[in-house]
Design a protein around this ligand. Structure first.
Ligand code: FDA
Length: 582
C-alpha cells in the first residue's frame, strides 16, 4: 500500500524535544514533519529554567535573541527563598542560578550565553515558529498511533482528530519526542530502568500581584515549609514565578497511594492561600493539574530507525530544572547525525552514537533531580519538622530558632547548612556544563581523562579533550568580538588550528566532508588578543581540534603534524571513524 505522505524525518511531539529536533533539522535543510496530539502548543508554563548549554544550542540555531527578549533575565532568578509562606517568616536564601558572585564569574567565563527563565508556553512558540519558517510541516490535532519499520524506513499511522480518520506517513526515520508517557518508546520496546509514580504533586497556575512579597528578593522559586509540605511532592511546597510578579504557579504534594486530590477551584485556592499566606490578595486560579514524580530512564534511545528524545527517555521531577534543557540537548545531538546519514555522508553507525552519548546523561540527570528532592529534607530536619506533629508544634519549632539558647544556636547553624547545601539543586554549574561523551564519534587522543579539580556537579571545568564541548573563549575577527563557539556549529564540522597548522587546514579541505577552517593567531582571520584561547585550547599553535556540528571536540592533535601527509592521514582516519565508515 502506498503511504499517504512521504518525508525524511517524522517527529512525534511539539514539546521542547520535538520542536528543537524540527528546528535543527529544518535549519540543516532536512525535510521533516511534526505531528502533535493537541490543538495547540503547551498551554501551561511547565519547564522554565534554561541553562547556558541550552542557550548555546539556541544561539547556534539562531533563536537566542528571541528567547532572551521573552525570558525573565538571570538577575531576577536568583534569591531562592525558604519561608513559612510568602507573607510569613523567611528561613533563609540561596543565591541561585549563577547569581552568587563567584558562580556568576564562572558563568561568564564558561559561555557567551546567560541563563534565563523561559516558561515552556513561551519557549515552544519560538522553537516551532522558527522551525516552520525554515520548512517544518506541522500538524496539530494529529495523534501517533503505531509504526512498522523495515530496512528502508518507517511507516507511521496517525489519526487526524479533526477529520476523525487515519492516514500513513512514510519516513526514513521516526523521532519519538512524545513526552513522559511516550507511546513511541513503548512501541519501540526501549528498555527502561527506574520507576514511575514515586510521589504525587499538583501544579496550580494563577494570577496574583505578589510583588510586595517578592520584588525585594527577586527569585524564580520560593520554597514553603508548612505543615503537610513533606507529603509527596518535590520536598516542600513551591511558589514559582511565571512572570514577575503577577503570574505564578504553586506546586504542592499529595500522598500518591491515596490518589490525586479533586482539583476543584476551592481546593486550588486553598493551596495557593496556604503558600502565599495572605487571604486578602486577589487570586485568580487559571488551571490545575496533578502529576507524579518519576525516576525512570531509557537504557537505549533507539530501535532501528526509531529514535526517542526528551521525556520519552528520561522522566524525573523538575528539581535542578533539567527537563526541557536535556530534551533540547538530546535533539541537538541527534539532528546533525540524521542529516549526515540522510545525505549519505555518514554511515548509519553514526546513529548508534546517539544512545552511547545521551543515555548516560539521561540517567545522570534523573538521579540528580531525584536526589535533590531528598536533599530538602535536612531543611525540615533542622526545624525538627519531619517527625509527625501538629502545625502548632512546627510553628513552635520554627519560632524556637530565635531563642538565646545553645539548642537554638545549633538549630540556626543546622538550618543555615541545610539551606546552603541546596546549591546542588540551584547552582549546579557542573551538572549543566560538564557533559562528556564517549562513543565511536569521538576519537581518543591517548591522553587519560583529566578528572575534575573540584566537585564536578558544582563547578564547570572546560576541556578540549575529545568528548568535551569546545571551550568558550572570546576571540576577535577585525572589529568583531565573538566566542570560539560562534565559529562552530551551523550543521557542519569545524577545524580549529593556529599559526603552523597549515597542514591541518589543507587536510580539512581535502576531506569529502564539509569542514570549516578557523585559524586563530596574530594576523589571521581570528585573533586571540586576551590570550584566553591559548590558555584554554590545550593544544600548541600548530595543533588542531576537529569540532562536530554540536560543538563537541571529536579529534585533537596537540602539536603540529610531522608533515602534510601525516596531517592528511590522521584527519582522514579520524573523519572515517567519526562518520561510521571506520
Ligand atoms: P513534552 O511532554 O513537553 O512534549 C510531548 C509532546 O508530544 C507534546 O507536544 C504532546 O502533544 C505530544 N504527544 C504526546 N503523545 C502524542 C501522540 N500519541 N501523538 C502525537 N503527539 C503526542 N518541568 C520543569 O522543569 N518544571 C516544571 O514546573 C514542569 N511542570 C510540568 C507540568 C506539566 C503539566 C508537564 C506535562 C510537564 C512539566 N514539566 C516541568 C516537565 C517538562 O515539561 C518536560 O521535562 C519537558 O517538556 C520535556 O519535553 P519533551 O519535548 O520531551 O516532552
Amino acid at each position: 500500500v502506498e503511504p499517504d505522505v512521504v518525508t525524511d524525518v517524522l517527529i512525534v511531539g511539539s514539546g521542547p524535544a520535538g520542536a528543537s529536533a524540527a528546528l535543527a533539522l529544518s535549519t540543516y535543510g532536512v525535510a521533516n514533519i511534526v505531528v502533535t496530539r493537541y490543538a495547540s502548543l503547551a498551554d501551561t508554563p511547565r519547564a522554565h529554567i534554561t541553562n547556558q548549554r541550552t542557550m548555546e544550542v539556541l544561539r547556534d540555531l539562531g533563536v537566542e535573541d528571541e528567547v532572551v527578549a521573552k525570558a525573565t533575565p538571570q538577575h531576577l532568578m536568583g534569591n531562592t527563598t525558604f519561608c513559612t509562606s510568602l507573607a510569613g517568616e523567611e528561613l533563609g536564601r540561596v543565591r541561585s542560578w549563577g547569581n552568587d558572585p563567584l558562580v556568576q564569574a564562572a558563568h561568564e567565563l564558561a559561555s557567551p550565553t546567560r541563563m534565563c527563565d523561559m516558561p515552556q508556553h513561551l519557549m515552544e512558540p519560538v522553537l516551532v515558529d522558527a522551525a516552520v519558517a525554515r520548512g517544518t510541516r506541522l500538524r496539530f490535532s494529529t495523534v501517533y498511533k503505531s509504526f512498522v519499520q523495515d530496512a528502508d524506513g518507517v511507516t507511521v499511522t496517525v489519526e487526524d482528530r479533526l477529520r476523525g480518520d487515519e492516514y500513513t506517513i512514510r519516513a526514513k526515520y521516526l523521532v519519538g519526542a512524545d513526552g513522559g508517557r511516550s507511546q513511541v518508546a513503548a512501541d519501540a520496546g526501549l528498555p527502561m530502568g527506574g520507576q514511575m509514580g514515586v510521589a504525587g504533586s499538583v501544579n496550580i497556575v494563577f494570577d496574583a500581584d505578589l510583588s510586595r512579597y517578592t520584588a525585594h528578593r527577586p527569585s524564580t522559586l520560593y520554597w514553603v515549609l508548612a505543615p503537610g509540605a513533606t507529603v509527596g511532592g518535590i520536598g516542600a511546597g513551591l511558589v514559582r514565578c511565571v512572570r514577575p510578579w503577577n503570574k505564578w504557579m504553586v506546586v504542592w504534594g499529595y500522598d500518591v497511594t491515596a490518589g490525586a486530590p479533586d482539583l476543584t477551584t476551592e481546593y486550588a485556592e486553598s493551596v495557593v492561600r496556604k503558600l502565599v499566606g495572605d487571604d486578602e490578595i486577589p487570586v485568580t486560579v487559571k488551571s490545575s493539574s496533578a502529576w507524579t514524580v518519576n525516576e525512570m530512564y531509557a537504557q537505549t534511545y533507539a530501535n532501528g530507525r526509531v529514535f526517542c528524545a526528551g521525556d520519552a527517555t528520561h522522566r524525573h521531577p523538575p528539581s535542578n530544572g533539567l527537563g526541557s534543557n536535556t530534551s533540547i540537548q538530546d535533539s541537538y545531538n541527534l539532528a546533525w547525525k540524521l542529516k549526515l546519514v540522510l545525505e549519505g555522508v555518514a554511515g548509519p553507525k553514526l546513529l548508534d552514537t546517539y544512545t552511547a552519548e545521551r543515555a548516560p546523561i539521561g540517567r545522570q540527570i534523573v538521579t540528580r533531580a531525584n536526589r535533590s528532592i531528598g536533599e530538602t529534607a535536612p531543611v525540615f530536619e533542622a526545624l525538627d519538622g519531619l517527625s509527625p506533629q501538629t502545625p502548632e508544634q512546627l510553628w513552635a519549632n520554627i519560632d524556637a530558632r530565635k531563642d538565646d539558647t545553645e539548642a537554638a544556636r545549633k538549630q540556626r547553624a543546622r538550618l543555615r547548612e541545610a539551606i546552603a547545601f541546596k546549591v546542588y539543586e540551584f547552582n549546579a554549574h557542573g551538572v549543566d556544563l560538564n557533559q562528556r561523551y564517549a562513543s565511536d564519534a569521538i576519537v581518543p587522543d591517548g591522553t587519560p581523562a583529566p578528572g575534575f579539580d573540584r566537585d564536578p556537579e558544582l563547578y564547570h571545568q572546560p576541556s578540549s579533550r575529545p568528548g568535551a564541548k569546545l571551550p568558550h573563549a572570546w576571540i576577535t575577527s577585525g572589529t568583531r568580538t565573538l566566542s570560539t563557539l560562534d565559529t562552530v556549529g551551523r550543521g557542519r564540522f569545524t577545524l580549529l588550528t593556529g599559526i603552523g597548522g597549515t597542514a591541518w587546514a589543507e587536510a580539512a579541505r581535502a576531506q569529502d566532508l564539509e569542514i570549516a577552517t578557523v585559524v586563530i593567531g596574530p594576523g589571521q582571520e581570528y585573533e586571540d588578543p586576551y590570550g584566553d584561547w591559548a590558555r584554554l585550547s590545550e593544544v600548541a599553535d600548530g595543533g588542531a581540534l576537529l569540532v562536530r556540528p554540536d560543538g563537541y571536540v571529536a579529534f585533537r592533535h596537540a602539536t603540529a603534524a610531522a608533515s602534510d601527509a601525516e596531517a592528511d592521514r590522521l584527519l582522514t582516519e579520524a573523519v572515517r571513524r567519526i562518520l561510521g565508515h571506520g
